[in-house]
Design a protein around this ligand. Structure first.
Ligand code: AMP
Ligand code: MG
Length: 428
């Protein structure tokens, strides 16, 4: 199978993503979750008309006087949480605090600084108009109004809105269950000591973190050496009962790369093999239909009459930069799509800060740090190129996409960038 372009690879991946089932989630645990259905306000927000200021609830017409300030009679008080017990009549005033309910009969608020109060007499130093310094019922949301559409990722503002309409357990798409398998005889777990020719499994941590912030629940992590039989067994476990399996390393066709044959043996159907990009060319993608899964459907899902479960399998290159970049470009959109959220990151344009040597035959994906200057966004590529130099990714917040055939890029050239942060509002 010839390698595909990035956009084609994404289309193939997204075409295999079906929305996952949902579950009720307590509001205090819902940060970052994605709504499975639109949420409407059952009742108006705010539920009652209130005062925007400290002062006196009045009838606007009573503050109009030809000769000097109008005199009103103080007949009660409305405090936040303690509405007035009397209605307002002609020529009367009721002391009111910010946020307190407007008493029946009142149609405006006379601010405290526009009044002269002495005992039970309130002088309206200035006239007010109807509705002044009041907030109406449902000014934020009316009864029945759409508060949040399906697919909304819940950030601070969204959680606040749900609370404001009294939604204690929004229905959210359940997080995709993901397994992660690192392959390679040379890998050691962090905490172990390094023997000659070994190095630490960094992908297990960088990939798990990327998958988690994209909304996945990483349910299993494993490592296997470069042995065909052991690889087959680990792959069998990796694809079992998960929505997505991410395998890294061993994807090439060398003597010690056993992942592809293993996946084939398990019945994982290849959808593409290789993407015309740098880094990440060996990226592989396939699907395994639920019927072949040991353990079958997960609890609760069969009853919903959902189609057979499908496991998406990503084979990522082992090089740490390549692994993270291809995971961000292809596996993360899959997770967002399974969640019913917008799968693709926001795109924009930026000015390249330094020259960049492109690859002739494939698209370049350049991890960049985007910084805002007076004349706009500037993309700073890593100082050194190399898919093994993981530290060059520190601080990266965008991927510049340079199509194949862009030729050598120069400082000052405009490039397309995908912004890496911001699934949920307010900086998350
Ligand atoms: P592979 O894709 O298995 O041929 O590995 C390519 C390069 O990536 C080799 O230098 C590996 O040592 C390195 N590598 C593979 N997997 C990992 C990992 N999980 N963590 C860190 N480096 C890795
Ligand atoms: Mg390897």
């Amino acid at each position: 199978m010839p390698p595909v372009e990035i956009e084609q690879a994404r289309e193939i991946v997204l075409s295999e993503c079906a929305l996952l089932p949902d579950e009720p989630v307590p509001l205090h645990e819902a940060l970052g979750r994605v709504l499975s259905a639109p949420v409407h306000a059952a009742a108006p927000v705010a539920p009652f008309a209130s005062s925007a200021m400290d002062g006196f609830a009045v009838r606007a017409q009573d503050t109009v006087s030809e000769d000097g300030p109008a005199a009103l009679r103080l007949v009660g008080e409305s405090r936040a949480g303690h509405p007035a017990t009397v209605a307002l009549g002609a020529g009367e005033a009721i002391a009111i605090s910010t946020g307190a309910m407007i008493p029946d009969g009142a149609d405006a608020v006379l601010r405290i600084e526009r009044a002269d109060a002495d005992g039970d007499v309130v002088l309206a130093v200035e006239q007010v108009v109807m509705g002044e310094d009041t907030r109406g019922v449902g000014e934020d949301l009316q009864a029945g109004q759409l508060a949040l559409p399906a697919g909304t990722a819940l950030g601070p503002a969204e959680l606040g809105v749900l609370a404001s309409i009294g939604c204690a357990t929004p229905r959210c798409v359940r997080p995709p269950r993901v397994s992660l398998l690192s392959t390679g005889d040379e890998l050691r777990l962090v905490g172990e000591s390094l023997a000659r020719g070994t190095l630490y499994d960094s992908n297990a941590h960088s990939l798990a973190a990327l998958l988690a912030i994209a909304g996945a629940e990483v349910v299993r992590r494993d490592h296997v050496g470069d042995d065909p039989a052991a690889t087959l067994e680990s792959l069998r476990t990796a694809v079992e009962g998960v929505d997505v399996a991410v395998i890294c390393g061993g994807m090439s066709v060398g003597r010690h790369d056993h992942v592809r044959p293993g996946l084939r043996q398990l019945g994982v159907e290849e959808r593409f093999s290789g993407v015309r990009m740098r880094p990440g060319r060996p990226t592989w993608f396939g699907t395994l239909e639920g019927g072949t899964l040991e353990g079958g459907t997960l609890e609760g899902e069969a009853a919903d009459g959902l189609p057979a479960r499908r496991t998406l399998v990503f084979g990522l290159p082992g090089n740490p930069v390549s692994a993270l970049v291809s995971c961000a470009l292809l596996a993360v959109p899959a997770l967002r799509s399974l969640l019913g959220a917008d799968p693709l990151r926001a795109r924009s344009h930026a000015t390249l800060a330094t020259d960049w040597q492109t690859d002739a035959g494939r698209a370049d994906v350049v991890p960049c740090r985007l910084l805002l200057r007076d004349d706009g966004w500037v993309a700073h590529p890593p100082k050194a190129q190399g898919s093994h130099r993981l530290s060059t990714l520190v601080g990266v917040n965008a991927l510049a996409l340079l199509p194949a055939g862009s030729g050598p890029m120069r400082a000052g050239d405009r490039v397309t960038v995908e912004i890496l942060n911001g699934w949920i509002g307010w900086g998350g």
